[in-house]
Design a binder for this molecule. Structure first.
Ligand code: ADP
Ligand code: MG
Length: 693
């Protein structure tokens, strides 16, 4: 199979456009795609027609305005191209206005009160910067989704707004630094995606996996990831077949899937695409999650995208690799041969350090969800404190630059392998610090907190906005300066002085770092519902307003949506756990106790008095009663949720009163599972799920 022959075949890409549009229409559309100019309404019908002809060639019968409501997944209703001509014949039809604007009932999507019920209408608007594609006989048109009043109801609108902001402020900064050629600054993103695969049949037998995407109970397998024998190990044949199929589908849809490997936990895997512009990367990541799920199903697997499907082994995240590039190909985060005298790099790096220190709360918020609450801060994932890893060399370079000493040479060292036949290797600019939540990795930053099920939109909206705002402040200083070199030195020095506390090159998993971070006054992330508050902090509302990314009303709406989501997700988990315990675990426990009791009676009747068997039976029976008591308690607290009027209080009540009861109930169930006959346990175990695929 030839990748080049497959790649992008289902995408309305440049080749397809050239073939299906006239030269004039193509050129005009090109301006819209590349320069962000509004589409000339005169050509809309021609573009739509060309797109339709291409899509029909691809076997499409329908089109859909594909959008990303605020629930981390995508949506769209599908219309066929069918219409009737004036003389009543069936024709295939797709107009410019149908391409550009769609209408969708917004009332069934999260809106955080933005949508009054009497104005239920929502609009979808074509995003020409992300290519349309054909999937499952439908032409998918990427769109932004907003309310009747124009408020953003989706993940794409704020992302596009924030891309505009960082481009505007980026170009302004470059001008102030003497660049006269670049006309746009574009955030580039590569999102690595971790996931689990479990056998579909086993998955179907677990209500928690089906309804919640994670195990709500389960005694640990005797073998977890202790031996480090899964990470990058041989990919099993069944998995490999799945991965090949996945790649082919992704390639045909234009997703540049590049890397695949086994991850650290058993049954855990990763895929990484080649980076693209933030907007396309976000669309592609959504598409990747969908194709992962559907392909898994066809291969007899279920793909788990939850941040923590299993207790006791690693959870899954998404590494959001991020850099800024100009339209003429300069990566602002590329250190170059002599980073100490590369003023664009020094100022950009300073902007990231300043921005991340000032708005660590927003970054935490962007990576917060109920699932990630179970992953962040555990010893496998980024910790609950945001810091930046620069590496020793780069940190020294900054310090020297602040003192007017450009670091000498390129700072790269040779890595001696000590084996004659092997070449000595050029060492990387920075070492890999796998423990850092925000690490500089050569020419980009890697934000590692994002959860595996989350849209990457919010994190990139935050990154674009906070960097844009800092650029604007630096530009103000530089525009007034009559000695640019000196002002750059001052910017670097001030950054180190005021924001150097955010730089940490050590082990983020260590206990000492917690202490140290406290001394430095860095905020410690205490879970999703506290992190969400960042959306309604005055300084952040002002920031988003200043950068034209969110209005204050939109900020409050997003906060409400996040809270509402937390409440719903954990309530569903609580109810699912209750159902499993009442309808599966308790009957099995009582049954099994009865069987052991009968055996015990038989032994006694035969004259064998066995104290150990008796105490085993007592233990089983004690656990069974603990489970019944705790399940009743769970029912009681869940019933109270709806009596609480205020959403914020509701979320707190769930975190402080429902989650702990769920944990206790689970503890009893897991203890019972560990000493119950496998044949009597009513659902697949951790060993089945993790090791039988
Ligand atoms: P690592 O080994 O650090 O994870 P990779 O080279 O494998 O590094 O890249 C990880 C991800 O980062 C990939 O998706 C890659 O395309 C992406 N990436 C590389 N360069 C950039 C860049 N300039 N901007 C955004 N993402 C990038
Ligand atoms: Mg990586």
């Amino acid at each position: 199979m030839n990748i080049i022959e497959i790649f992008g075949t289902r995408v309305f890409n440049d080749d397809a456009m050239r073939k299906h549009l006239t030269k004039g229409v193509y050129t005009s559309l090109q301006k819209t795609r590349e320069l962000g100019e509004t589409l000339d309404p005169e050509i809309a019908d021609d573009v739509a027609n060309g797109m339709k002809d291409w899509a029909i060639e691809q076997g499409a019968t329908h089109y859909t305005h594909w959008f990303q409501p605020m629930n981390n997944i995508t949506a769209g209703k599908h219309d066929s191209f069918l219409n009737f001509s004036d003389d009543g014949r069936a024709i295939l039809d797709f107009s410019g206005s149908a391409l550009i604007k769609g209408e969708s009932d917004a009332s069934s999507f999260p809106s955080g009160g933005l949508r009054a019920t009497f104005e239920a209408r929502g609009y979808t608007a074509w995003d020409p910067t992300s290519p349309a594609f054909v999937r499952d006989k439908t032409l998918y048109i990427p769109t932004a989704f907003c309310s009747y009043g124009g408020e953003a109801l989706d993940a794409k609108t704020p992302l596009l707004r924030s891309m505009q902001a960082v481009s505007r402020e980026g170009v302004r900064l470059l001008r102030a630094l003497g660049n006269t050629t670049s006309t746009a600054v574009i955030p580039t993103v590569g999102a690595e995606q971790e996931y689990f695969l479990v056998d579909r049949k086993l998955y179907e037998e677990r209500l928690d996996l089906k309804l919640c995407g994670r195990t709500l109970l389960g005694s640990k397998s005797s073998k977890g990831q202790e031996l480090d024998d899964h990470y990058c190990g041989r990919i099993r044949i069944r998995i490999s077949k799945f991965m090949h199929d996945l790649d082919e589908r992704l390639w045909s849809l234009g997703v540049a899937s590049k890397t695949k490997h086994n991850e650290a936990a058993p049954a855990q895997y990763e895929m990484a695409p080649i980076f693209s512009t933030a907007n396309i990367a976000c669309d592609h990541n959504q598409l990747t999650m969908e194709i992962l799920r559907t392909t898994a199903k066809e291969h007899g697997f279920a793909c788990l995208l939850h941040e923590k499907p299993f207790d006791g082994i690693n959870g899954s995240g998404k590494h959001n690799n991020y850099a800024l590039s100009t339209d003429d190909g300069i990566n602002l985060l590329k250190p170059g041969r002599n980073p100490g005298s590369n003023i664009v790099f020094l100022v950009t790096l300073s902007a990231f350090i300043t921005a991340v220190d000032e708005y660590a709360d927003l970054l935490s918020m962007s990576a917060s969800c109920p699932g990630n609450d179970r992953r962040l801060g555990a010893c496998e994932a980024p910790p609950s404190i945001i810091s930046i890893f620069l590496g020793g060399h780069l940190t020294d370079t900054l310090v020297m630059a602040a003192h007017g000493d450009a670091a000498k040479g390129n700072g790269k060292a040779m890595l001696k392998t000590g084996i004659d036949v092997l070449n000595d290797l050029l060492k990387d600019e920075s070492d890999r610090n796998r423990t850092s939540p925000f690490a500089f990795t050569g020419n980009k930053f890697e934000f590692r907190m994002v959860g595996s099920s989350q849209s990457i939109s919010t994190s990139n909206v935050v990154l674009n906005t906070i960097v844009a705002d800092t650029f604007s402040k630096f530009s103000e200083r530089l525009e007034k300066s009559d000695d640019i070199q000196k002002t750059v030195r001052e910017i670097v020095a001030d950054t180190l002085e005021n924001h150097g506390r955010i730089i940490f090159n050590g082990n983020n998993y260590s206990k000492e770092w917690h202490e140290e971070a406290k001394r430095r006054g860095l905020p410690i992330h205490s879970g999703a519902i506290d992190a969400y508050k960042a959306f309604v902090e005055e300084k952040n509302i002002k920031l988003f307003e200043r950068m034209d990314v969110f209005t204050p009303v939109e900020c409050r709406a997003r906060y409400d949506i996040l809270l509402e989501n937390y409440i719903k997700v954990v309530s569903i988990e609580a109810k699912t756990l209750f159902e499993m315990v009442k309808r599966q675990i308790i009957p099995a426990a009582v049954n099994y106790c009865g069987k052991i009791a009968a055996s015990f009676n038989q032994l006694s009747a035969a004259g064998v008095q066995n104290a150990q068997v008796q105490s085993h039976l007592e233990k089983l029976s004690e656990l069974a009663s603990a489970i019944i008591v705790r399940a009743d308690k769970l029912e009681e607290v869940v019933a109270k949720i709806n009596d609480i009027a205020n959403e914020e209080l509701k979320a707190h009540f769930i975190r402080d009163n429902v989650v702990p009861v769920m944990e206790q109930l689970r503890e009893s169930c897991d203890a019972l599972e560990a000493i119950t006959d496998r044949k009597e346990w009513p659902m697949p175990t951790y060993t089945d799920l993790l090791h039988r695929i």
